[in-house]
Design a protein around this ligand. Structure first.
Ligand code: ATP
Length: 363
């Protein structure tokens, strides 16, 4: 029987459990054995009981649970070849040559590197007598498939990452709560949302909640942003609006890449417009809680497709990442998706914001 491993890695995201459930059950349905690798790459490097066979019943109830029940971690050991050598040994010892990884671009880059090194790692394990040639012989190739789990929706080549819509829903719900109190006291609220280098959560929350102004990394405001924002807010206030909502992405900056902080925005609103202004940093509530229906559906369909892909993989096909594009579940070359994602960050770093927006639009 083929043995398919599944792990979650990098930051947790609602829907990751749905992906694990789908991989485990699809693998079993396809006649394979499924293995859960606990605590991301840490489990792969440490082996032992951090790699456990999972039966159909073991993932019962996973679909509606937030976070990741098999754990996740940032694993420094896997960044080094020595760590990946241990991981390769553990996989061979456990009879596994197929791996589905649900994580962000870092996790997927690591996975592809592992695959590229695989035959060299096995050779070294034989040379150093950690494994015998007989043990490694059936595991000539490592098959890797990526699933993108991230609340940030920061991966190119897919319209939505597993977790982003749950997080967006949580942000909207939180802003609705804030709206009520803002309205009552005629206050302004500056709300910081997650997203790292990606403004998707801030932008979509702004659209969904009717925010007055938003700050996102891909399209920094003009140099005169203080007056620009005040003009917009004042116009709304003059038309009778009793509340003001400004959303600041955690990666927001000005055209010179100087960070724009909620404190700065608050000062401007208070000092220039005399508004009673408060700051709310939504923090980790954005990651937690149950996945929304969309993420349950996405993780299930993509998890099932990941098993198909991992079983169909050949040594010549590049590792795929499972995406959703215009509502279709599709496979894309993993490294292309990672490279495109990195090029957005590079365009921002080079202050080429037009290119950053163009790349995001093209995604
Ligand atoms: P998120 O988007 O939530 O941060 P991520 O997958 O990008 O998720 P990272 O912290 O970048 O999160 O990566 C998770 C783990 O993947 C790392 O701790 C490390 O074990 C492994 N990893 C990341 N990049 C590499 C790499 N270049 N080579 C080998 N392993 C890597």
């Amino acid at each position: 029987k083929r043995r398919v491993g599944v792990m979650t890695s990098g930051g947790d995201a609602p829907g990751m459990n749905g992906a694990v459930r789908a991989v485990v059950r699809m693998a079993i349905a396809k006649g394979c054995e499924a293995y859960g690798i606990y605590e991301g790459y840490e489990g792969l490097v440490q082996g032992g009981d951090m790699i456990k066979e999972m039966q159909w019943d073991d993932v019962r109830g996973f679909l509606s649970e937030g976070g990741t029940l098999i754990g996740t971690a940032r694993c420094m050991a896997f960044m080094e070849r020595a760590g990946r050598l241990k991981a390769a040994k553990n996989m061979v010892v456990r009879g596994m040559d197929a791996l589905v990884i649900c994580g962000g671009d870092g996790s997927l880059t690591g996975a592809d590197k592992f695959r590229a090194e695989w035959s060299g790692l096995l050779e070294e394990l034989v040379q150093t007598k950690e494994l015998t040639p007989e043990q490694t012989a059936p595991f000539k190739h490592l098959n890797i498939v990526g699933l993108v789990g991230s609340i940030d929706n920061d991966m190119s080549s897919t319209d939505a990452t597993i977790g982003c819509y749950s997080s967006l829903a949580r942000i909207c719900q939180s802003i609705d709560y804030i709206d009520a109190t803002a309205f009552s006291h005629q206050r302004a609220f500056v709300i910081e949302v997650m997203g790292r280098h990606c403004g998707w959560l801030a932008l979509m929350a702004g659209v969904s909640c009717g925010a007055d102004f938003i700050f996102i990394p891909e399209k920094p405001p003009s140099e005169d942003w203080q007056n620009e924002m005040c003009k917009k807010v004042a116009k709304q206030r003059n038309m009778g609006k009793r509340k003001t909502i400004v959303i600041v992405a955690e990666g927001a900056h000005d055209q010179e890449l100087h960070k724009i902080t909620p404190d700065q925005v608050k000062d401007v609103l208070s000092k220039k417009l005399g508004l009673d202004t408060r700051i709310t940093t939504l923090g980790h509530v954005q990651r937690g809680g149950n996945p929304c229906a969309y993420d349950r559906m996405l993780s299930t369909l993509q998890g099932a497709e990941a098993v198909n892909a991992v079983l169909e993989a050949t040594p010549d096909t590049p590792s795929p990442v499972i995406c959703i594009i215009e509502n279709k579940i599709v496979r894309k070359p993993l490294l292309d998706a990672v490279a495109l994602t990195k090029s957005v960050a590079e365009a921002i770093k080079a202050k080429d914001f037009a290119k950053a927006m163009q790349l995001r639009d093209a995604e």
